[in-house]
Ligand binder design. Structure first.
Ligand code: IMP
Length: 428
């Protein structure tokens, strides 16, 4: 398509949704909610370690790899080159969606440059965690880290490599030799068979072929035609390989800096950066968590918020909102606005703490400095407007805005699409 520089073309709007904590902020629901404004939803990093929960008309669905816009039949979903792809998991998710009556035909595209996750990546991930013992990272065991390592080492097999079968098989054998050496000799576990590795790749090639597309080009063409898109982040800002709580992080860049490289578009094509923030904090896996609660209040948040990992089922650690970290994340991601999720989980608490700073204790540990705010009586569950909220809940939201210097655009007050307060249209 030719671009006419003399004409004032009306560009589509590209809106980015980023989790500002350690993942599980409730991005899935918000992507699904905002999808009515767009023609495309894109993933640009991570893999099927993500777990995006959607509740539509009371029915719960968890997506791991396919962008959360898939339930809207008029929308195209795209998986950019920055995503690491397990073909068996992609196709089992496709089957699940199709079995529930949603057609994906002609509306799911995958970049030819996605690196493949193979069975040896999964075995390496699990065996390394076992070997690390108490020092384990607490990964999802999906092979994400080892797959990204292969990509950086320039030995990864990419989606496009499936189409040169002799060379694909030759490289697969070499990779298998290399990884089996580590599995057997260093990690002391059984090797992965050539057959298992082949079975997880080539049989999917023909089904995958019609989905393969240059995602960067597709995105620019759509924008030039005036169509809008959502860029759906996975995990959260504090799990970023460079800016997170290293080494207790995931293996990709989860912040907005990853979007250009992860789907092939320039940074000036991104228009709005919405940070998705849970009204409190959770973390799955190991690593620092300054505002973690180990008492009855923490347990209350876990139960009220149903805080169990949607990918691994592990209980999530819970704590107060860390506005100190959020402020840094807002700056790192040039956030335009915030979406506060799960406000209803704080219902019934006598007081709500919010971390405003860190101080070093004498033993060198980081300790949070808290502001204490009054909780509210009654429930905010299902509220659709600010007027439906008690003054204390509005006060809490205002405090978050002031601490981070970012305005709140959306507040989520329950799992369903309808349980939402929209203060500002991020597409306007
Ligand atoms: P990995 O991404 O499986 O390598 O796991 C590394 C860390 O990221 C672990 O602490 C995981 O629990 C965490 N993690 C990965 N994906 C998610 C997610 O979608 N939500 C929350 N935590 C995640």
């Amino acid at each position: 398509m030719e671009y006419d520089f003399r004409k004032k073309n009306i560009m589509g709007k590209n809106v980015v949704l980023i989790g500002t904590q350690w993942g599980d902020e409730g991005k899935g629901k918000i992507v699904d909610l905002l999808t009515r404004n767009v023609s495309g939803v894109v993933r640009f990093q991570g893999g099927h370690n993500a777990g995006h929960t959607l509740v539509v008309e009371g029915k719960k669905r968890v997506l791991h790899l396919i962008p959360s816009g898939i339930l809207h039949e008029a929308v195209t979903c795209m998986i950019g080159n920055g995503v690491v792809l397990s073909l068996p998991d992609l196709f089992s998710e496709i089957s699940e969606i199709q079995d529930s009556g949603v057609s994906i035909s002609g509306r799911l595209f995958v970049s030819p440059n996605c690196a493949l996750i193979l069975p040896y990546h999964v075995e390496l991930d699990k065996a390394r965690e076992r070997k690390l013992g108490k020092q384990k990272i607490g990964t999802t065991g999906r092979g994400i880290g080892p797959a990204y390592e292969d990509k950086i080492s320039r030995r990864a097999l990419l989606v496009r490599d499936l189409f040169d079968e002799p060379s694909f098989l030759e490289r697969l054998e070499l990779n298998l030799d290399y990884h089996n050496f580590v599995l057997e000799k260093y990690l002391e576990c059984p090797p992965v068979s050539y057959g298992a590795a082949v079975d997880s790749t080539l049989p999917y090639r023909d089904k995958l072929e019609p989905m393969i597309k240059d995602i960067g080009r597709e995105l620019s063409e759509r924008r030039n035609r005036g169509e809008s898109a959502i860029f759906e982040g996975a995990q959260g800002a504090l799990l970023d390989i460079d800016h997170g709580t290293y080494p207790f992080v995931t293996s990709s860049n989860t912040n907005v800096g990853a979007i250009s490289s992860g789907c092939g578009i320039g940074p000036r094509s991104l228009d709005y950066f919405l940070g998705i923030t849970k009204a409190y904090t959770t973390r799955v896996g190991e690593g620092p968590f300054p505002t973690e609660l180990f008492d009855a209040e923490g347990k209350h948040l876990a139960v009220a918020g149903n805080e169990f990992g949607s990918t691994t089922g592990r209980p999530r650690r819970c704590g107060w909102l860390d506005a100190h970290a959020l402020k840094e994340v807002a700056q790192l991601n040039s956030l335009s606005g915030l979406c506060i999720t799960k406000l209803d989980v704080l219902d019934g608490l006598e007081k709500i703490l919010v971390c405003v700073d860190y101080k070093k204790s004498l033993n060198g540990n980081t300790e949070p400095v808290y502001d204490e705010l009054p909780g509210w009586e009654g429930s905010v569950s299902g509220a659709k407007s600010m007027d439906d909220l008690p003054a204390e809940a509005r006060n809490y939201l205002e405090r978050i805005e002031n601490l981070c210097g970012i305005k709140i655009d959306i507040v989520s007050t329950g799992p369903d699409r309808e349980n939402t307060i929209i203060l500002h249209n991020v597409f306007s």
